[in-house]
Design a protein around this ligand. Structure first.
Ligand SMILES: Cc1ncc(COP(=O)(O)O)c(C=O)c1O
Length: 374
């Protein structure tokens, strides 16, 4: 069976982890490996490392934002329904109202016109998910948020290694969150990062990620004891995972290059076959090759395709179950219509795409899929 994903492990990982686990510093929370990984990531993203927080997951990073900006009942958050539950849960947990906007017809990224229609005096933030590591209208979203004086948050879970107008995705919003989950291009089993690009919030971010205390002042000998000063959580990535992340980050360029090549091979193989149906993903030089998807005419055709591929020992998978169709959302809200979102919910399939995918395996995937289309 060709699996859908094999998490990336760099060739030095075992050696690096052997050294790290023999190092007594691995037992010091927020210590050497934390600093090392943070510095490497800050360099990749071209940000100051004091703006960057390594968190236990992207989910945590999103929740930390809600503590920093004091989300409360009555606040409205505009976000896509075609996303992972964590994007919504973070705000739901604080009693905010989730306002789902529709996505574009040609890509599951928020439709800026629909977002603008949904802004009210209670809108606190827009959350843009860069699906598959592709940024669309990012600067326009930044301007829109500024025009209405609301916060702009990038859920950049997919984006490590991707840019928009030559600037890393994750550096446009007031805040951004990245995922290092095993399903991402490069990860540390489970981990995340929070970027606080708006300097106004850095001090609060330091407090919130230290369980709502001024522990950092204590560690920097600015106070003799530390205290509870705000709401917060334990928002720090554990040291052994920082060591994995640090080792992995050294190989980001190689990972991104390989994935982009695989992505382009798929793109050119399928372009002529499915493009005429207007059911295809868009090409972007600046993406990181995170996801390659195909769309089908309807849910039934998608099921047939999945079965065909499985019968040929190839694992393909759907992606998000749109949140507005979920049992949990419908328990609390009435049904809403998001036409393009439902299209991606019903018809999108992801093909295997990972660093270890060989040329022969990719050729088999392409030939098999083309046989289905023909
Ligand atoms: C768009 C998006 N946001 C957030 C998350 C949560 O990431 P994590 O697993 O690091 O908590 C995911 C996970 O896949 C995601 O796809």
């Amino acid at each position: 069976m060709i699996p859908f994903n094999i998490p990336y492990q760099n060739p030095n990982l075992q050696k690096d982890m052997h050294a790290a686990l023999s190092d007594p510093r691995i037992f010091r929370n927020q210590g050497f490996y934390h600093q090392e990984a943070r510095n490497k990531l800050a360099q990749i993203l071209n940000v100051n490392n004091s703006n960057l927080f390594l968190t236990p997951s992207c989910t945590h990073a999103l929740e930390i934002i809600t503590h920093i900006i004091d989300i409360e009942p009555g606040d409205e958050i505009i976000l896509p329904s075609y996303t992972y539950v964590s994007t919504a849960n973070a705000f739901f947990l604080k009693g905010a109202t989730l306002v789902f906007a529709d996505v574009l017809a040609y890509h599951p990224s928020l439709n800026i016109a629909d977002v603008e229609k949904k802004i009210t005096s209670r809108t606190k933030a827009i959350v843009l998910v860069h699906y598959g590591g592709i940024g669309i209208d990012v600067i326009e979203f930044r301007k829109l948020a500024d025009r209405y004086n609301i916060l702009f948050i990038e859920d950049a879970a997919h984006t490590l290694g991707a840019t928009y107008k030559n600037k890393p995705l994750g550096t446009y919003g007031d805040f951004a969150t990245i995922s290092f989950h095993e399903t991402k291009n490069l990860g540390c089993v489970q981990g995340g990062a929070l970027l606080v690009n708006n300097p106004k919030y850095i001090e609060k971010a330091n407090t919130v990620t230290q369980c709502g205390t001024n522990r950092l002042d204590f560690m920097n000998k600015k106070t003799v004891r530390y205290n509870w000063v705000s709401q917060g959580t334990n928002g720090i990535l554990a040291e052994p995972l920082c060591a994995i992340l640090s080792s992995q980050l050294t190989h980001l360029e190689d990972v991104t290059k390989k994935r982009k090549n695989l992505w382009q091979t798929y793109f050119h193989a399928f372009r002529d076959i499915v493009n005429h149906q207007n059911l295809f993903c868009i090409d972007s030089e600046e993406s990181n090759g995170h996801i390659f998807y195909l769309l089908f005419k309807n849910a039934d055709e998608r099921i047939l395709f999945m079965k065909f591929m499985t019968d040929h020992q190839i694992e393909v998978t759907t992606h998000y179950q749109a949140l507005h169709h979920s049992p949990f959302y419908l328990k609390h809200h009435s049904d809403i219509s998001l036409i393009e979102t439902s299209k991606f919910h019903n018809t999108l399939i992801r093909l295997p795409l990972y660093h270890a995918l060989g040329d022969c395996e990719q050729s088999k995937i392409i030939e098999t899929a083309i046989r289905f289309f023909k």
